[in-house]
Design a protein around this ligand. Sequence first.
Ligand code: TRH
Length: 396
Amino acid sequence: MDEAAERWDVFCRVVDNYGDVGVAWRLARQLAREHGKRVRLWVDDLTVLAKLRPEIDPAYDIASLEGVEVLRLREPFDVEGVADVVVETFGCDPPEAYVLAMAACPARPRWINLEYLSAEEWVEGSHALPSPNPRLPLTKHYFFPGFTARTGGLLREGDLLARRDAFQRDAPAQAAFWKALVGRAPPDGAMKVSLFGYAGAPFDSLVRASAHHPGPLWIVAPEGAAATVLRARVAATPASIRQNDQDGGKRRETAIFTVPFLPQDRYDELLWACDVNFVRGEDSFVRAQWAGRPFVWNIYPTDDGAHWVKLSAFLARYTAALDRAHAAAVTTLWEAWNRPAGESGDKPGPGMSAAWPGFLARLDDLKGHALDWSGALAVRRDLTAELVDFADNVLK
Ligand code: TRH
């Protein structure tokens, strides 16, 4: 550890699920590994980080992982030094005692709020704006991830695409991955689909709509809402049919695998190994784009319906280079996937039965598009590099 290196404190409070800490961990690791920063990552719920990084034992308040000091964020907070740069993720506010200590520093730390990702146009106008503290001599700056040059970009490790390409070119590595995950490699020509979504997504309808796929189709769901629905479905399927499902898809049936929640880096491999990825929230949504494979986004639903605007904004960008029929196939499936299930649970999905085969029928072209999309995004500097540049050259 370089004692002279710039100190960064990254704060994370887990509001729900995995994305808050998923993003905070990725950022902290990259700051340490690729930018040589001395990084402390403060997380209020280490059990969630432990799901993504099983090396973390949530029984302990402190751990060291990949050059990052991981600490439990608890209140009252004992301030042990203030960093040069302070990042709060998703407006989570550092503890009051820490903020007071920031204000008391002769050289005020640079304070950044890393916001949520959106493809909406207003993001460009809000990115990098200052927000002076009403009580203290401190200014916090908003930093918005995004898809355009006038936003903060997307998290992407320096070697990510090279590792992806190497894995996707390496058939034995993929076979070994599948064997370790589900006990065998998929049959030739199998369509592999990963499934991660929110409770209420029409998982059951997806399986039903897969039945007519002309070839073996594997659906793989890490532990969570999708796995719960699929497990119940498998349990309710007569044993004779289940036997067919388990034969590796040779008889063209859909094979369903529920697997444990994967460590975060292994989840990337699942995305790289699949032909279509159903993802959700924020971080898996971005990882699916870096996988360079067609994907379906289950957006985090909000009561006021604002998520539909966010979904449309992304779809408009993502489908802009597609012809009308391909764009419609993507949009129709994404809208069907995000439509809430009926009151009584996962009813036959409005539209999934047509939308999914329509999407699969265009998969070859959509694969090319997904790769082009990730290539176009990768031309931009990644979010961590943008953030370091912002801290060094704008805030200093
Ligand atoms: O878990 P999410 O729904 O997290 C969220 C919430 O929507 C939250 O409200 C929002 O604030 C936040 O995102 C930003 O979905 P997300 O963002 O995709 O995060 C999931 C993380 O879990 C991501 O880092 C990938 C990781 N993951 C694994 O490590 N292993 C797995 O097996 C799976 C399925 C996911």
